[in-house]
Design a protein around this ligand. Sequence first.
Ligand SMILES: [Zn+2]
Ligand SMILES: [Zn+2]
Length: 146
Amino acid sequence: MPAPPANVLTVVGGYRVTLNDQVHLVNKQRRCSCGRRTCRAIPAVEAYLRAGGQRAPTMGTATTNHTFPCPICQAEAHGSLDRKDWACTLDRAHFFTWRVQRIQAARREALKSFSPYTREVLSAFASNETRAAFVAAHPLKYPAGA
Ligand SMILES: [Zn+2]
Ligand SMILES: [Zn+2]
C-alpha cells in the first residue's frame, strides 16, 4: 500500500492540504476553505484516506480543548483567546497577525491620551515593530519585487 500523501494533515474537523505552498482546509463535508468546488485539495484528501491516512477527529470530540472560529479567517482555532494561547488550524501565522492587530488597537487607544510629540515618537516605533512582526508572520513566498 502506498504511503498517504505527505501534503495532507489531519486537523480537528477536517484536513489541511498544502498545494503549491497554499494551504487549503477541507472539512468533513468535502468543502474546501478556498471555496472552489473543483479544488484539487478535495481529491487529495480522498487519496489520503484511500491510502490509509488517519481520519480527522470530529469537531467537539477527541479533544477537551475549546474550539472557536479564528478571529482572522474564521477557520477553526483551538486553545483559548482569553489566555492568548491558541492556534488556527488553517494557518498558525494568524495568531501573530492577531497579536499585531491587538497591539495596534491598544496603541491607538493609548495614543489618544498622549501629547502630539509623544504620539510622533511612538508612531515611529510602531511602524518598525509592526513591520518586524509582519515580516515574521508572513515570510516571503515569492521573489521580492514580483
Ligand atoms: Zn481549496
Ligand atoms: Zn485563521
